[in-house]
Design a protein. Structure first.
Length: 321
């Protein structure tokens, strides 16, 4: 047991401590508007290696670089297409990650090609930390690889007990990761559905190519989109009708339910039928059911419409074995 509690408030002293750690090549967990990130100096090999070690993340999976402004983002890019400007003007700071060609003098851990993923986070604490450290910060979600992403400081500490420092900015507003969009080609390509909706992106870009439009046998477009990901400890099962499952499953083990609507009951989380509200509480609800020690979580499948794309993506990955 250690009585070192690494969680601090993001006041002047907390930010100062965090910035010092980052400048010394260590890592710090911090809140963003999507999920908590585990940040390190993006272009320090040693610092980035510490992220991979703490997360147990496979070395082929590259990280998103967080910067405080569009100007800083452009400095990391070899080519900054007009569509990136349009998207940044509309959505940054915000939950959109752009994949562009990276500046030739930069190397990025895990990136097999010549690209870089960049975003400007819309969180006061994240922006103040970027300012204070004066460094671009690589930051994946602050959880062990394949596990549930953290949406509170407490989730971070439980998942990564060895993390040196966590800035506590309360619960994350979106609760689901940023949308990742590749703008290196003629048509923007969705690599990961996320907090920012496709509808909003299309208003700026017109057509967006979806992940399943990639021809068979083509290179996997986003290295991080492995099948199993975002998973709770409990086994997760998707069902169209929860009542139907309850009747067919007579399980001799504790079962949790994650429903869209219904009556409150023990080990049941009701997240509502609005996709944004649902996403905002999804990981937290799965963390709560995990904490109650249920062996299986039965999830009522949300509607098969585009506004639920990111939620479906995360649920399908969490259910994959
Ligand atoms: O909301 C978010 O994006 C959070 C917060 C902390 O900003 N970060 C996050 O990072 O979700 P992570 O590492 O969990 O997910 C990054 C995703 C992965 O799917 C990764 O493969 C992809 O972005 N990615 C990173 N660099 C890439 C690149 N150069 N080309 C294609 N995909 C890339
Ligand atoms: Mg992640």
């Amino acid at each position: 047991m250690t009585d070192h509690v690494p969680v601090v408030l993001p006041d002047a002293a907390g930010l100062h401590r965090a910035a010092e750690l980052l400048r010394a090549g260590s890592v710090v967990a911090f809140p963003t508007e999507t999920v908590y990130g585990l940040g390190a100096h993006a272009f320090s090999e040693k610092a980035v290696a510490e992220i991979y070690r703490l997360k147990n993340r496979p070395s082929w999976n590259p990280l998103i670089v967080h910067v405080p402004s569009v100007g800083e983002a452009r400095r990391l890019a070899a080519v900054w297409p007009a569509v990136a400007d349009d998207l940044a003007a509309r959505f940054w700071p915000g939950p959109l990650t752009l994949v562009v060609r990276r500046a030739p003098h930069l190397t990025v851990a895990g990136a097999a090609n010549d690209t870089i993923a960049i975003r400007v986070p819309a969180h006061d604490v994240a922006l103040r930390l970027l300012e204070a450290a004066g460094l671009p910060l690589a930051a994946p979600s602050a959880n062990r690889s394949e596990g549930l992403s953290p949406t509170t400081a407490e989730h971070v500490v439980r998942g990564l007990p060895d993390v040196p420092l966590v800035l506590d900015g309360g619960a994350c507003r979106w609760g689901i990761e940023s949308t990742v969009l590749d703008v290196t080609g003629d048509t923007p390509r969705l690599l990961r559905p996320g907090a920012l909706s496709l509808r909003a992106i299309r208003e700026v870009t017109g057509r967006v190519a979806l992940p399943d439009e990639v021809a068979d046998g083509a290179e996997r477009p986003s290295p991080g989109m492995g099948k199993r990901h975002y998973a709770p400890r409990a086994r997760l099962l998707l069902a169209d009708e929860i009542s139907q499952v309850e009747r067919t499953f007579v399980l001799a083990e504790p079962v949790g339910l994650l429903a869209l609507e219904g009556e409150p009951a023990q080990d049941t989380e009701i997240l509502g039928a609005d996709p944004e509200h649902y996403a905002a509480d999804l990981y937290a609800a799965l963390h709560r059911l995990d904490d109650r020690g249920v062996a299986t979580i039965i999830v009522q499948r949300p509607p098969a419409t585009e506004e639920w794309l990111a939620v479906h993506d995360r649920l399908n990955r969490a259910a994959a074995r």
